[in-house]
Design a protein around this ligand. Structure first.
Ligand SMILES: NC(=O)C1=CN([C@@H]2O[C@H](COP(=O)(O)OP(=O)(O)OC[C@H]3O[C@@H](n4cnc5c(N)ncnc54)[C@H](O)[C@@H]3O)[C@@H](O)[C@H]2O)C=CC1
Ligand SMILES: O=C(O)CCC(=O)C(=O)O
Length: 396
């Protein structure tokens, strides 16, 4: 039976055909929303989404779902903890839309400095106001703080350096791959910045990070750009900070963003002249969508042909493994079963296991990560099997 793939978001036609050519049954339903998915994904093996929310109900209701691919970077629209419980892989396409988001960020930076959206709106309303719009400060020599220097943050840094800005960064990991000053504390970085741009994932640690306290560190009249996720900013505190400090702000994401591709929108940000909002278009260039779709097809192809999941995001980063048992053995039926039986009798959980065959197929090496130590008696029992070549056991 063919594997069934449901694409529940906009996806370029060319890549849908590539999936069909892989002999998969492909269902393309770009208009599906969060509430349609529990039914629509009930019977599929692979689900591909962009911003469509994959909630707990969709995951719990699915009968054979095995892989969810986020055709993009952020995976916060997928109920990963529910997927973990059912052993459903979640993968994403890191870096594929980074340039597109960086380009939008630079565009927003210039838009803020030169009041471009207001210029255009006035012109459309028959108003000419060169005086009012001749107050741009210029970007050269200004200090930019990049919060989250991952794939997108790095692309922003490269472009800002070409604009001859002073570029500083803040990340939980050491910043590598771009020559910018790395700050560890926000209260040291933010007071220096003329412009702050946020490129963080939505996680419990980043939720509400930009609150009253963070805004208190920012310069009066600074620009703030957020093209990552809305919940990193506390909207009420932002509105307060705009009043107090005359911050000017550009957002590609905001609270209450509509799920659909078009329709009405209502937000307290709408009537604030210091705020520009774009329609979550960071990733929406033809180049980025093609790159993301190509990567999605590649992930599916690799999975179908080898069972390997590239960019697997819900693989445990740490396990409870405390001991490593390595058994070299002759590659014959039943040898591993006898080793595992000894471990089972000792009531020890195997956290990870890998069996690799030497060239020629005579010998093999099985590496197991154990939660508890194997006893001397267990190791003796394993070694006594005539098909076991050697046994080693260490604490890790
Ligand atoms: N507007 C749009 O259309 C798009 C928005 N995004 C958003 O942008 C976010 C970033 O995307 P990428 O750069 O591709 O992700 P990435 O994973 O390459 O980079 C994120 C960086 O943030 C850092 N980080 C994580 N938690 C942190 C913390 N608590 N403090 C400081 N640094 C922290 C990570 O170490 C990493 O370097 C995505 O998670 C997504 O939410 C991504 C693509 C398109
Ligand atoms: O696919 C989209 O338009 C949204 C992209 C995005 O937010 C992401 O990749 O994290």
């Amino acid at each position: 039976m063919k594997l069934k793939v449901l694409i529940a978001d906009k996806f370029p036609e060319k890549y849908i055909q590539e999936l069909k050519d892989l002999d998969l049954e492909v269902i393309y339903e770009p208009k599906l929303g969060e509430n349609d998915l529990p039914k629509a994904a009930e019977d599929v093996d692979i689900l591909v989404v962009r911003s469509t929310v994959v909630n707990e109900e969709t995951i719990n209701n699915s009968k054979k779902l095995n892989l969810i691919i986020r055709a993009g970077s952020g995976v916060n629209n997928i109920a990963i903890s529910a997927a973990n419980k059912k052993g459903i892989y979640v993968a994403n396409c890191p870096g594929m839309n980074a340039v597109a988001v960086a380009e939008l960020t630079i565009g927003l930076m210039i838009a803020l400095d030169r009041f471009i959206p207001d210029n255009v709106a006035d012109f459309r309303n028959g108003i000419w106001n060169k005086d009012k719009y001749s107050k741009g400060k210029g970007l050269k020599g200004k200090t930019l703080g990049i919060i989250g220097v991952g794939n997108i943050g790095k692309e922003v840094a490269k472009r800002a350096l070409a604009f001859e800005m002073n570029v500083y960064g803040k990340d939980i990991s050491r910043i590598e791959g771009v020559q910018i000053k790395d700050f560890s504390e926000m209260d040291q970085l933010l007071p220096l910045c003329d412009i702050v741009t946020i490129h963080l994932p939505a996680t419990p640690q980043t939720k509400g990070l930009f609150n009253k306290q963070m805004f208190s560190y920012m310069k009066n009249g600074a620009y703030l750009i957020n093209t990552s996720r809305h919940d990193i900013i506390v909207e009420e505190d932002l509105l307060e900070a705009i009043k107090e400090k005359n911050l000017r702000v550009a957002l590609d994401v905001f609270k209450g963003e509509p799920e659909g591709k078009s329709g009405e929108v209502k937000s307290p940000l709408q009537n604030n002249p210091n705020i520009y909002v774009t329609h979550h278009i960071g990733a929406s260039t033809e180049q980025a969508q093609d790159a993301v779709a190509e990567e999605t097809v590649r992930i599916i192809k690799h999975y179908v042909h080898s069972g390997v999941i590239d960019h697997w995001v819900n693989r445990a980063k740490v396990t409870d493994a405390k001991y490593q048992l390595v058994v070299k053995h002759y590659d014959k039926p039943g040898v591993l079963a006898s080793v595992l039986d000894v471990i089972r009798q000792g009531n020890i959980n195997i956290e990870e296991i890998e069996n690799i065959i030497f060239e020629g197929g005579i010998a093999a090496c099985c590496t197991m990560k154990l939660k508890l130590p194997a006893t001397a008696e267990m190791l003796k029992q394993i070694s006594e099997n005539p098909n076991v070549i050697s046994v080693s056991h260490v604490e890790i």
